[in-house]
Structures are given as C-alpha cells and as structure tokens.
Design a protein around this ligand. Structure first.
Ligand code: OGA
Ligand code: MN
Length: 249
C-alpha cells in the first residue's frame, strides 16, 4: 500500500550506549537521550515513552524482546502453538454475547483467552498490569483491568479494517498486540496496517508481526487491519478496560 514499514522504537535495553532513536508513526524521529534501564523492568522512563506515543500519535510500535526476555517469549510461542495444534482455539467473532457474529468476511482468526494461570501467563500478566498502572498514572485513563487472548491466523486469514471499541462505551480503551513469530518477512504478509486517527482512510504505518514486537494504540481512535497472512501468524492481543464488569460491547 506504499506506507513505510514502521521501525519499532529501539528498546533502550538493546541500544543503551547512545541516544535512542524513536520512530513514531513512521515519520517523526526524535531523540529521547541516554537511558539507564534494567532488563525485565517496566521502568518509569519506558512508561513515559508509551504515554507520550499514545497521547501524541494515538499509537506506536516498539520492541519488547529484551524487556520480556527471550525465554518468556519462547514459552508463550510454545503455548499458542500447542493450543492451535490441539484445536483449543475458537473461531473469533465480532461483538459479544447475543450480538456475537462470526462473520468470516470480516475476520478469520482463531482465539483462546488467557487466564494467567501458567507461569509464562502469570509473568505476562504482571507486565501488562505494570503497563496498566503506568498509563493510569500518566494519562488518567482509569483502566481497571485487562483481558487478553492468543490469536492464530492461518494462511489466507485476515481481519478487515476496524476499531476495537466504539466511542463512549468506556470498555476497551487501550489495545496492545504482542507478536510471537520468529523471522517474519514482509513477503509473509500478515502485517498490521494502521490508519490515521483523523484521516480514516490514510494508512500511516505497517507493523510486521515479528516476535517481541508490540503495537499499542487507542482502541476507540485508531482504525487498523490485519492483512492476509500466507504463513501461520501467532499473536497475543490485550485490551485495557475502564469497566469493572464485562458488558456487551
Ligand atoms: C484484533 C487486532 C491486530 C493484530 O485482534 O482486534 O486488530 O495485528 N489484531 O493482530
Ligand atoms: Mn483490532
């Protein structure tokens, strides 16, 4: 579609020695200077970056491999592969409860909700909760909880352009997608196409679903689409919500 492939923000853990180049939404490049960080930590400075990206552009792509650790990423990859092989993944729908529609012309992925019970899921939940609290402190979003599912796109599967939440429902407020595919090439398709929040039809970035890469965006503002994949594509989606109790979307 001719949009730039977004270079994820270099994680300070990977490039600690020099000024960190931040590429947001494919165009602006800014420097955030020297940062000192601990592996595995969700640091204050990193949370500042997330809050800035969300408030200024409404979305960002970044690399969290060093932050999560390769072992945790590998363990999550293994879980989703097992779930996929054992038929535990359900065909995804649109909407909730009685409104749930399984429209194969809109989305074709399969999903499995995480409970946070296994050790890798518990570690991941800690990471997500630190993000939830960090965003609340900086953006006053009142995020009460999160929900998260694995997703598998088999060759040919896609998810047409959509918003994750409708304005004013106060349900899903911030969306996060973590990718779990080693050596993903552009030729494999399956990219996340992100659209401008103000000019709905203007594509402003493309994120390849490479392992350790994470996309973060405002659920009610950023239209996005999963382009057809021609290799099996594993990911994890998480939504930070303002409501305590799940209500129909
Ligand atoms: C979704 C979604 C994007 C992706 O699950 O709602 O848009 O890149 N996922 O997997
Ligand atoms: Mn979505």
């Amino acid at each position: 579609m001719g949009t730039p492939v977004v270079t994820p923000i270099h994680d300070p853990l990977i490039a600690p020695a020099s000024a960190v180049q931040v590429a947001v939404a494919g165009s602006d490049v800014q420097s955030v200077g020297l940062v000192h960080d601990r592996p595995g930590a969700v640091s204050e400075i990193w949370l500042d970056e997330l809050a800035l990206g969300l408030s200024e552009q409404g979305w960002m792509a970044l690399d969290v491999r060093a932050r999560l650790g390769s072992d945790l990423l590998a363990a999550l990859q293994q879980e989703v592969e097992i779930l996929d092989r054992t038929d535990a993944m359900q065909r995804a729908g649109i909407g909730r409860g009685n409104d749930l529609v399984r429209d194969r012309s809109v989305r074709r992925d399969k999903i499995a909700w995480l409970q946070g019970i296994t050790a890798p899921q518990a570690a991941l939940f800690e990471f997500f909760d630190a993000i939830r609290q960090g965003l609340n402190q900086r953006l006053f979003l009142g995020l009460k909880r999160f929900e998260t599912h694995y997703a598998t796109y088999h060759p040919g599967d896609f998810y047409k352009k959509h918003l994750d939440s409708f304005q004013g429902r106060a349900s899903r407020v911030v969306s996060l997608v973590l990718y779990l595919n080693e050596d993903w090439q552009a030729a494999h398709g399956g990219a996340l196409q992100v659209f401008n929040r103000d000019i709905e039809y203007e594509a402003c970035g493309t994120v390849l679903p490479e392992a350790g890469r994470m996309a973060l965006f405002m659920s009610e503002e950023i239209p996005h689409e999963v382009l057809p994949a021609n290799r099996t594509r594993y990911s994890l989606a998480c939504w930070f919500r303002q409501d305590e109790v799940p209500l129909p979307l």
